[in-house]
Design a protein around this ligand. Structure first.
Ligand SMILES: [Zn+2]
Length: 292
């Protein structure tokens, strides 16, 4: 009798957008409680989980490779070794997809939190994981996370996982930083600032041959709650009201324009549409496709 598998296969999914192949890669999964949300009681949290047939708030951590015509771009870098075995699998999945980290030429960050930027540098050796990549992010990210006065106001956990992590992970790339405000990042990629979760939180719109994909970063952390109730902010939002406003604006745009969307915490592989409901929204996952 054949032995039953003991672990999951590599988590990789390809989706074509015009001339660009977008590869969704899983870095892993974090499990969190309703305490990471503002104003959601344990009873309400359980109601949302029951409605979704889930028993826990499990957050996918996704990253995306964009196979452009003449460039290999990585959006986010996963969490490195900051969260133990449950995450930090991005590089393994990249290699399983046949993509050597040395081949990545541009890294786009949506923001500088540990599940997004902590895969940049191997702290044990001090070496860059992506030695040939420029690092692209909104100018307000380093401005905030390198601000000692802002850091002094943070909790110990925020100091270590947000400020210190952001600094130690991005500093080795400093000579290859490219800071943006908004607009074209590369041909076919447009930065759309969506501040609130962090000061420089940014979504990226991918366009090719009339097809579009919005990679919305952390517009949603907990799909079971924040899609039906976009007014629910996260404890880790630097500006909760701003994060809610950005989420509502992005949901409105994506629903009105029937945009294909994906995000870092939508359940892997994370492609789908956002549909307006009587109150709030619903996320409609896209069916798996064989053909590219
Ligand atoms: Zn995140």
């Amino acid at each position: 009798m054949a032995l039953a598998p003991k672990q999951q296969i590599p988590s990789i999914y390809h989706r074509r957008i015009g001339d660009i192949v977008v590869t969704s890669l899983s870095d892993g999964i974090l499990v969190r409680t309703n305490e990471m949300m503002h104003g959601v009681s344990p009873e309400q949290g359980k109601t949302h989980l029951d409605a979704a047939f889930r028993t826990e708030f499990a957050l996918s951590i996704n990253a995306f490779v964009l196979h452009m015509k003449d460039k290999l771009v990585l959006v986010e870098t996963g969490s490195g070794n900051y969260f133990g075995d449950v995450a930090g699998h991005l590089v393994g999945n990249l290699k399983a997809a046949g993509i050597a980290p040395e081949k990545i030429e541009s890294i786009l960050l949506t923001h500088m939190h540990p599940d997004h930027s902590a895969g940049l540098t191997d702290l044990a050796t001090g070496r860059k994981v992506f030695p040939n990549a420029e690092l692209v992010m909104h100018e307000n990210e380093p401005k905030h996370w390198f601000d000692d006065a802002a850091m002094a106001k943070g909790t110990e956990r925020e100091k270590k996982f947000m400020f210190q992590q952001g600094r130690e992970q991005t500093t080795p790339y400093k000579s290859a930083w490219r800071l943006l405000k908004q607009g074209e990042v590369l041909p076919g990629i447009t930065a759309i600032p969506a501040p609130g979760h962090t000061p420089g939180h940014t979504a990226y719109l991918i366009e090719s041959q009339g097809e579009r994909l919005l990679i919305w970063g952390d517009t949603v952390h907990i799909p079971e709650v924040q899609v039906p109730r976009p007014e629910v902010a996260m404890v880790v939002d630097t500006d909760p009201a701003g994060a809610v406003a950005s989420r509502k604006r992005i949901f409105d745009m994506a629903a009105s324009e029937r945009m294909l969307v994906t995000g870092m915490h939508l359940h892997f592989p994370g492609f789908g549409h956002i549909a307006r409901q009587q109150s709030g929204y619903a996320f409609v996952p896209e069916a798996w496709r064989q053909a590219l």
